[in-house]
Design a protein around this ligand. Structure first.
Ligand code: HEM
Length: 252
């Protein structure tokens, strides 16, 4: 039996977000010159050849603006239905159990359960809710970095240069620092997210759910037992009829 995990709008926003983020991150790297260039001059040359010097900046600003505008509309229209329940879910930390989860999951990925048992470490992970501890941490970072990037990006894109509403030099310098820091943090954590969500063993059903919206009941029972138990308690396990509900209705 399949259970709805993600609503159609959440799936659309995730992939829209992913495409925008990857474009913005890679084009953002290409905007950096001299010692600031983290990949190599060839990377900048490649993007300048594709878009031109000014075109690269315009493309970065255009995609960033569309990303901010679409998110603003989504947040305004889906605040109570999706955004607030999502924030409640990812901010629901249980420090002791989450630390144990991170420690054991890390060892499980690097050494495997057999070696852990030999070392005397229990490989059993503490039960998780809709998101596991690692997903919640990356999601909080992604939300914080998104807010930082959006505010500083809009400030630098539209409130600088020869406009009468231009910000002062100091404020703009801070915008650059915050913009780089947010992008840098996510440049480190995005590969972790992509590996854990798409490539790590046993994550196939979760990856497919980001396209279809559904996960097998057995997967939810095994990976998200607390979420599964809450669905059961709410009497919300009804096979394909789950389609009528949003994922958020089931997160609660
Ligand atoms: C192209 C690479 C990406 C892949 C394959 C991918 C895959 C996934 C999958 C499978 C999930 C669902 C996990 C589950 O149901 O337990 C997920 C959730 C999530 N991803 Fe990604 N992702 C990608 C890029 C990104 C990017 C660039 C971001 C931006 C920061 C991002 C942010 C998130 C967030 C915040 C969630 C939780 C939100 C939700 O469940 O609706 N992902 N991702």
């Amino acid at each position: 039996m399949m259970i709805r995990r993600h609503s159609r709008s959440a799936i659309f926003m995730h992939w829209f977000n992913a495409v925008c983020w990857l474009f913005l991150l890679f084009s953002g790297f290409a905007l950096l010159v001299g010692d600031m260039q983290p990949i190599g001059q060839w990377w900048r040359n490649l993007w300048v050849a594709l878009f031109g010097e000014r075109g690269l900046l315009v493309a970065h600003l255009l995609v960033g603006s569309v990303w901010v505008a679409v998110y603003a509309i989504y947040i305004l229209t889906s605040c109570r239905r999706e955004v607030l329940p999502f924030l409640r879910e990812i901010l629901h930390f249980k420090p002791a159990s989450d630390l144990v989860w991170c420690f054991r999951k890390g060892l499980w990925l690097v050494l495997g359960p057999k070696v852990m048992l030999k070392m005397g470490v229990d490989p059993k992970l503490p039960p998780q809710g809709f998101y596991n501890a690692g997903q919640r941490m990356v999601a909080v970072l992604a939300v914080a970095a998104s807010i930082g990037l959006a505010i500083t990006g809009v400030a630098m894109g539209y409130f600088s240069g020869n406009v009468s509403w231009a910000l002062g030099e100091n404020a703009l310098l801070w915008c650059i620092v915050v913009h780089f820091a947010c992008a840098g943090v996510m440049a480190i954590f995005l590969p972790v997210h992509i590996y854990m969500a798409a490539l790590a063993p046993g994550e196939g059903p979760a990856l497919r759910s980001m396209f279809t919206g559904f996960v097998p009941q057995s997967h939810a029972q095994h990976h998200n037992p607390l979420w599964f138990a809450s669905l059961k308690a709410a009497g919300a396990l009804g096979g394909e009829t789950q389609e009528q509900h949003s994922n958020v209705a089931q997160k609660g």
